[in-house]
Design a protein around this ligand. Structure first.
Ligand code: GAR
Length: 193
């Protein structure tokens, strides 16, 4: 038995790609059953289609819930999903939603910190080490329990784009499949208790 995963996306979907590539390898206990976007032009949807994974564009949270319930999803992963979920939604799926954030929480996180903005803030502050965090999602933006983190060095002359790319390559694409596998394993353990 495999844990059923839905991945929520808004953009390019390189983290989704890392998960798709990890299936059957580093991700042994989970299977991506649905990719859900709030933007119909998100390239992430094309990535899902290439892998034969059903791809949905939704207009509101109720539509997400419908897809989650219909597909009996065990784990929801926010992989560059840039819309904040309601308290009702996060409560409904306590310990069943993961998010990847491109900094070492509690730095450069919370409302307004997403995508390139996070790296702009890290460079403006002058930190020498940044990274990525995978955490459970609760009602506080980027405030749920941390599952794992990975540090990345800031280089002299970094631009937000260069730093973003390094954080993705050296942290996010490794961390997200690893944390997903660990959580999927636990979910299955709980189910067979
Ligand atoms: C990633 O860097 C992810 O960590 C970030 O958006 C990017 C999405 O890229 N998420 C956030 O900032 C959430 N607060 P991707 O679509 O290529 O995976």
């Amino acid at each position: 038995m495999l844990a059923k995963i839905a991945v929520l996306v808004s953009g390019g979907g390189t983290n989704l790609q890392a998960l798709l590539d990890a299936q059957g390898k580093k991700l042994k206990h989970g299977e991506i059953k649905a990719v859900i976007s709030n933007h119909e032009n998100a390239y992430a949807l094309r990535r899902a289609e290439k892998y034969g994974v059903p791809a949905y564009t939704i207009k509101n949270e109720n539509e997400i819930i419908q897809i989650i319930e219909e597909n009996k999803i065990d784990l929801i992963i926010l992989a560059g999903f840039l819309s904040i979920l309601s308290k009702d939604f996060t409560k409904r799926y306590t310990n069943r939603i993961l998010n990847i954030h491109p900094s070492l929480i509690p730095s450069f996180c919370g409302k307004g910190y997403y995508g390139l903005k996070v790296h702009e803030a890290a460079l403006a502050y002058g930190v020498k080490i940044t990274g990525a965090t995978v955490h459970f999602v609760n009602e506080i933006p980027d405030g749920g329990k941390i599952i794992d983190q990975k540090a990345v060095r800031v280089h002299k002359g970094d631009t937000p784009e260069k730093l973003q790319r390094r954080v993705m390559e050296k942290a996010e694409w490794i961390l997200l499949p690893r944390a997903t596998e660990a959580v999927c394993k636990n979910i299955l353990k709980e189910k067979t208790k």
